[in-house]
Design a protein. Structure first.
Length: 354
């Protein structure tokens, strides 16, 4: 087999066969992806698609000119083998792998067509049976060896016996050597694939270690910055005690101003109610008006002072709330960073142990 039949293209795919009962559903031929290879038999000028799972040939399909490989999706293709009386399906890892397999199928199909035409031409030139004379006996009824839809090859009963003997001999050779050779080829590609995956995983692990180290250094620097910020906020919190006293004084002053404004409002209302009676005395009218104006001006001044006191109190409360929110936010960020730092250290420890 190593001298006569050689692999010309190999790939990996999940192999399926059509359900013989329903002719619609796919049955997986194996649990994992298998190596699928094109083989060329230089002696017989024949191309085959072969895939081995364990010690069993999952695919052993001879390519003929009338076969067609159909892409049914971006990663799945199929072809029918009338000799095996089944339909094979292949699921690939990417659209590129499917396209490569389909292109190779078309190339091999064309090569098989040329080989068949060459073989037929050679047979017509060398076979004396084609020159049938009047006294020769015609061959037995015509039969087809290639199944429905393929080109018809016609032969006599004696040729059938020879071909059957040749088929038995080829089956014996395939069972003795072909399966083992293809299995070794499949194991080689499988080991090569696993080796590439291990190398890629090792490079990825090394890259992750470097990235974790950089991230750890960045987290440590950020944690130190947050600690300094907390210390600053705590020092600002110490000044909040003095602002508490100022707040109490402002609140007390505000209450006094509100009481004074309320008393003046009552006095103004009382004076307004007495206004008509006071105007009866013409001499006291100017004095009452002047007093009323003075009270209104004083009332306006008290209202202005009250507004300023309320504004100062609101600003003090807003500043204090802002500082408290910032302290809480920084504390939460520190907790998250400390937790992430702990996980990174545990991951580095596990990686060092492994």
């Amino acid at each position: 087999l190593c001298c006569r039949e050689q692999p010309i293209f190999s790939t990996r795919a999940h192999v399926f066969q059509i359900d013989p009962a329903t002719k619609r559903n796919w049955i997986p031929a194996s649990k994992h992806a298998l190596t699928v290879s094109y083989f060329y038999d230089a002696t017989r000028n024949v191309y085959r698609i072969i895939s081995v799972g364990g010690t069993k040939a999952i695919i052993n399909s001879t390519i003929t000119p009338n076969m067609t490989f159909t892409k049914t999706s971006q990663k799945f293709g199929q072809w029918a083998d009338s000799r095996a009386n089944t339909v094979y399906g292949l699921g690939f890892a990417s659209e590129q792998h499917l396209s490569q397999f389909a292109e190779k199928f078309q190339e091999v199909k064309e090569a098989a067509r040329l080989a068949r035409e060459k073989s037929q031409d050679k047979t017509e030139l060398t076979n004396p049976a084609l020159n049938i004379t009047s006294h020769q006996v015609l061959p037995s009824p015509i039969i087809s060896s290639n199944g429905p839809g393929e080109d018809k090859l016609f032969r006599s009963q004696s040729a059938d016996v020879e071909i059957s003997t040749e088929k038995e001999r080829l089956k014996k050779m395939l069972s003795e050597g072909s399966v083992s050779e293809v299995q070794w080829e499949a194991e080689f590609f499988s080991l090569q694939d696993n080796n590439n995956k291990l190398v890629a995983a090792l490079h990825e692990a090394n890259a992750n270690v470097d990235q974790w180290k950089k991230q750890l250094a960045a987290y440590q620097e950020e944690t130190e910055t947050l600690r300094q910020r907390v210390a600053e906020l705590e020092s600002q919190g110490a000044h909040d005690s003095s602002s508490e006293n100022n707040k109490e004084e402002l609140s007390q002053t505000l209450e006094e101003l509100e009481l004074l404004i309320k008393a003046k409002d009552e006095e103004i209302q009382m004076l307004k109610s007495q206004k008509c009676g006071l105007w009866e005395a013409e001499g006291d009218r100017e004095e009452v008006l002047q007093k009323l104006q003075e009270l209104e001006a004083r009332n306006a001044e008290l209202e202005r002072r009250l507004h300023l006191a309320e504004q100062t109190l609101a600003e003090t409360l807003a500043e204090r709330e802002k500082i408290q929110n910032e302290v809480t936010k920084v504390a939460e960020i520190m907790d998250v960073k400390i937790f992430e730092l702990s996980e990174i250290r545990q991951g580095l420890a596990k990686l060092v142990e492994s």
